[in-house]
Design a protein. Sequence first.
Length: 260
Amino acid sequence: MKGLKQIAVTGCILALMSHVQAADVITVPGVTTTGNVTLSTDYRFRGISQTSNNPAIQGAINFNHESGTYASLWASNVSGNSTAEIDGVLGYATKLNLIPNRDTTLDVGYIRYMYAGSGDSAPGSKQPDYNELFGRLNLAGSVIKEDNLMVGANYSNDYFNQSDNFWYFSANYTAPIKDTGFGLVAGVGYNLFKNSRMMNRALGTASTDDSYIDYKLGTSFGVQGLTTELAWVDTSLKDSECVDKKACDGTVQLSISKTF
């Protein structure tokens, strides 16, 4: 029942977001609005399940200015003490001329992670909400035509559940598989905490390490105007290190998205 309630709450949020119309009453010159809705068999964040291996409904609305400045709001149901995760992003993207005949984009910004219904205002409780700064470099056509390589770094001075300094280094690669209509999806991330105690506080683990690796490998394809991704998602964490083994176990994740 709790999982259904979480999905229902998030569904209401996404329904409101998806019904926002660009009315003629107010228009902002140079701004375009896009959005998307995703259904997934699981919500995996940096390799760890946020829904205890249960389905998730997610969505975003994005405001992009022609200058490269953008803002977005993203939401998903989650398990645990919260009913939903809501992320706000402010960023700036600009083209760079680093490599001849290659489309290179630098993307920098700020993310605010917020957890609805967590009761984080209770005296002495750990505060789940946190901030991150990020920088990403996207390189199109890095190996073959129409592929994309993204490398990035995220930093938080006080990560989830007040777990102090945290760094996340990542690389993601997508590429079409010839003329099949399928695409390759691959990603790897390195999660670095201040120490093992802070990592255990953030993840709910019992590890002696201060870091772990997450990775994904799969394929993407289109179905009736929808974008579908099927991938294996896993981490370097051992089962013995995870209190909630469902959250750490590797899994096959299926997601279906619609952009509007």
